[in-house]
Ligand binder design. Sequence first.
Ligand SMILES: Cc1cc2nc3c(=O)[nH]c(=O)nc-3n(C[C@H](O)[C@H](O)[C@H](O)COP(=O)(O)OP(=O)(O)OC[C@H]3O[C@@H](n4cnc5c(N)ncnc54)[C@H](O)[C@@H]3O)c2cc1C
Length: 367
Amino acid sequence: MYLIVGAGPAGAVMAERIASQRDRKVLVIDRREHLAGNLYDAIDDNGVMVHRYGPHIFHTNDREVWDYLSRFTRWHHYFHRAGAVVDGRIVPIPFNFDSLHALFPPHLAARLEQRLLANHAYGEHIPVLDLLETEDPDLRFLARYVFDNLFAGYTAKQWGRDAHTLDRSVTGRVPIRLSRDDRYFRDVYQGIPADGYTRMVENLLDHPNVELRLGVDYADLRGERFTKTIYTGKIDELFDHRFGPLPYRSLRFDYRTIDKPYFQPLAQVNYPQSYDFTRITEYKHFLDQQTPRSTIGIEYPLEHVPGENEPYYPIPDDASRAAYEQYRAEAAKRDDLILLGRLAEYRYYNMDQVVRRAFDVFEAEVA
Ligand SMILES: Cc1cc2nc3c(=O)[nH]c(=O)nc-3n(C[C@H](O)[C@H](O)[C@H](O)COP(=O)(O)OP(=O)(O)OC[C@H]3O[C@@H](n4cnc5c(N)ncnc54)[C@H](O)[C@@H]3O)c2cc1C
């Protein structure tokens, strides 16, 4: 019998693979009272499908992952579009030519567009940090504007520290797009499971070889023996925080009912300059649900305190990476243990990446 700790996407894909491809029995446990991990969604009192742990949009270029999940869900085809409130108006993000023209007077916007296209190809994505270092004073002005008004305030709220002190893996991601493409993601396959993520994960686990027990913590089973344990929980917790707790950013979601059909024109609107929250998600846009009332989630970042709130984003810096390596070395001493997923590997994985990771770990480590 295999044990899988965690019924999120990592655990569920691994369970499906072991059950169907190796014909072995699998026990899946989760300490929460629901499955699907952070993908958990449910219809609320307003008739809107709400994601309890924050908005999740599926997007991938990995055809195999898309085809695989398509066996367990139908898709509502959806291209995510997001906006940011800058100088009081909603403009497309990532920042593109439409954002440029919405924010600057026509002659200045035209000059900046012309300077961008004189130096770069149409359609290119230029990291804001690179543009800050160019010789051209117009382009440096634009980069400074985008950095200060769209990025710095948002980042300070999101990470609780100054944008300049963060790893380039975080800051390097913010581009200026030299086009009018306002899709947030450019992946070939994008969508939202038509019946929700929870149903998709239920379908993954629906196999006679799989037993699911909810409300069960790994600590409850520690004396029991299994062929292998695939652990998708926090690695520092597994070793009783012996090298110190790994730092995470957490979030608080303030869900509100809106007594009219729509609150905002898009699913996601960011607030880089104003308020203490980072963004507002209006959930009905994801499945294009037609309801007389709406539900929004207002997102406040905060420090993660174990036992008090959820660990959401690993904080990538040298100290946390060094502590993680100590835990990883400890785990390597146990040959019945496989670490998988965002908490066990202390890495931000998108959903498609975690599915791909489960495929690879399954092939490499489950005989
Ligand atoms: C706010 C936010 C928005 C996101 N949006 C997107 C998006 O738009 N698109 C995208 O592709 N990805 C998105 N992601 C990433 C996505 O959430 C992850 O890829 C996914 O959750 C990783 O799955 P997992 O199975 O590794 O972890 P999880 O989903 O966290 O599942 C781990 C499970 O293990 C259980 N567990 C932990 N410890 C124990 C224990 N000791 N005993 C029993 N059970 C235990 C937990 O209860 C949990 O259910 C987002 C992440 C965040 C934080």
